[in-house]
Design a protein around this ligand. Structure first.
Ligand code: NDP
Length: 481
């Protein structure tokens, strides 16, 4: 199986190679086969990308927003037309089942392009009456932005950053995760084919040091990272040196609370989606499932029966519901957490083993207590912890007792309780009787250690533009000297 791109990087509207960069391989996690060989960006490549972005940005910002939108609309259409091809590429790079990538990855990227294409021409400033004088505001692009992505949703992350950045007149240099380098290049090809002028969307490959080179460059006005909290701390600190704006989409350990009056089938389905979709490699996953003790047994019975039916196997077979983890390193990490869970006294009721290679079975622990490692740390694998609770105040206190604050969910038929609870949950995104749905219309992001800023929705405007205030003097200058 090969998915070799024409070259490692995409800069100034074309593929670019520099074989002086460190060589690395992209593997198909289901089999370990090498699907592509690439090179990390050398300082010369990083320089070329930033220079291309800086050169192209001013002309792009000067175009009428409706024109920028038209190009992004075209890109969304091409993406949808190529959905299968892009989905196969994403499946090869990440190991996620085709059943998922066909509906969740490029499709969500196309949604973002479409949404921000339509949003761009609606952006306006304010007029501020000041008596004789007046002021007005302009929404200006930030300039050159740097995007750094994680490996779980590579094309979606690239598109969620590219779409608002480009719509509002910025240029972007994007560094995908070294583990999943391929689909950002496909997005660059599509944007170029749609008519995006050269230099506005550039892709440079490499590990953390390439990301760091972007974050510290004086030409970069804004940095958007999707990644773990430890990386977020480093990138945020480095961006602060240059007083650069940031968006930080980081990790989580989110609570999903199931009350005794919930529709249990729906709650079980949501808990499974929120722990096993993408082999559990989703930042917002509700990995701490708090279930009312009154329905705990019934919940577990349904959960275990449905979990055992999950079809694991060849990700390219559309009947497969669960593929491998993204890498052997990640699979080892997850198995390490499962072993910790057992050692610390949690009860393994389902899964727990690795059938082969990077595969890890969907795993359910019960009798989990708040102090256990599996209830405190982000595992980023198919491992669900079920915790029993007795009353509302108690469960809210326990749900909030974490440094993370990315997401949270509540299942109950009592709508007053549902709204009361989400009002008290410390999370950037909450779901009532649903879980893990992140439509582009809705702002997305975390609080506490889970992040800063928001992607998607109207909120993204704040993070890819800045406000210029203009005071207009309408009379004589009143100088006392
Ligand atoms: P990492 O934090 O390891 O890496 C994220 C990106 O940052 C990668 O491209 C990585 O490069 C790069 N990077 C690493 N160090 C630096 C540095 N010093 N300066 C600049 N860039 C750097 O995350 P993972 O890729 O392992 O992704 C999993 C994490 O991402 C989980 O914690 C998950 O919760 C989070 N995530 C958050 C989401 C959100 O929207 N809130 C969504 C998806 C994931 P490389 O890996 O190539 O070395």
């Amino acid at each position: 199986m090969r998915a070799q791109p024409k070259a490692s990087h995409f800069i100034g509207g074309r593929y670019v190679e520099d074989d002086q960069g460190t060589a690395f391989e992209s593997l198909y996690p289901a089999t370990g086969e090498v699907i592509a060989r690439l090179h990390s960006a050398t300082p010369a490549i990083v320089e070329q990308a930033l220079a291309a972005a800086a050169d192209a940005q001013a002309d792009w910002a000067a175009r009428p927003p409706v024109e920028r939108g038209r190009i992004l609309h075209r890109a969304a259409q091409i993406m949808r037309a190529r959905n299968r091809e892009l989905s196969v590429l994403e499946t090869l790079d990440t190991g996620k089942p085709l059943q998922e990538t066909l509906v969740a990855d490029a499709a969500s990227g196309a949604d973002a392009l479409e949404y921000f294409a339509g949003f761009a021409p609606t952006v306006t400033g304010q007029t501020i009456p000041l008596g004789r004088d007046m002021a007005y505001t302009l929404r200006e692009p930030m300039g050159v932005c740097a995007g750094i992505g994680a490996w779980n949703y590579p094309i979606q992350i690239a598109a969620w950053k590219a779409a608002p950045a480009l719509a509002f007149g910025n240029a972007l240099v994007f560094k995908p995760s070294e583990v999943t380098p391929l689909s950002a290049l496909a997005l660059a090809e599509i944007l170029t084919e749609a008519g995006l002028p050269a230099g506005l969307f550039n892709v440079v490959q490499g590990a953390g040091e390439v990301g760091a080179a972007l974050v510290s460059d004086p030409r970069v006005a804004k940095v958007s990272l999707t990644g773990s909290v430890p990386t977020g701390r480093k990138v945020y600190a480095q961006a602060a040196e240059g007083i650069r704006a940031v968006t930080m989409e980081l990790g989580g350990k989110s609570p999903l609370i199931v009350f005794e009056d919930a529709d249990l089938d729906n709650a079980v389905g949501a808990a499974m989606l929120g722990n096993f979709y993408s082999s559990g490699q989703i930042c917002t996953n509700g990995t701490r499932v708090f279930v009312s003790r009154k329905v705990l047994n019934a919940f577990l019975e349904k959960l275990v029966a449905r979990t055992k039916r999950i079809v694991m196997g060849d990700p390219l077979d559309e009947a497969t519901q669960m593929g491998p983890l993204v890498s052997a390193v990640q699979a080892e990490r997850v198995l390490g957490y499962i072993a910790r869970g057992v050692a610390e006294g949690a009860r393994l009721v389902c899964g727990g083993k690795s059938p082969s290679g990077c595969f890890v079975e969907p795993t359910v622990f019960t009798d989990v207590t708040d102090d256990m490692t599996i209830a405190r740390e982000e595992i980023f694998g198919p491992v669900m912890s079920v915790l029993a609770f007795d009353d509302e105040d108690e469960v809210i206190t326990r749900a909030n007792a974490t440094d993370y604050g990315l997401a949270a969910g509540v299942f109950t038929r009592d709508l007053t309780r549902a709204h009361r609870i989400v009002g008290r949950l410390q999370a950037g995104t909450c779901w009532i009787n649903a879980y893990n749905l992140t439509p582009v219309e809705m702002p997305f992001g975390g609080v506490k250690s889970s992040g800063v800023g928001r992607e998607n929705g109207h909120a993204a405007l704040e993070h890819y533009t800045r406000v210029k205030s203009v005071y207009v003097g309408m009379g004589d200058v009143d100088a006392p000297y």
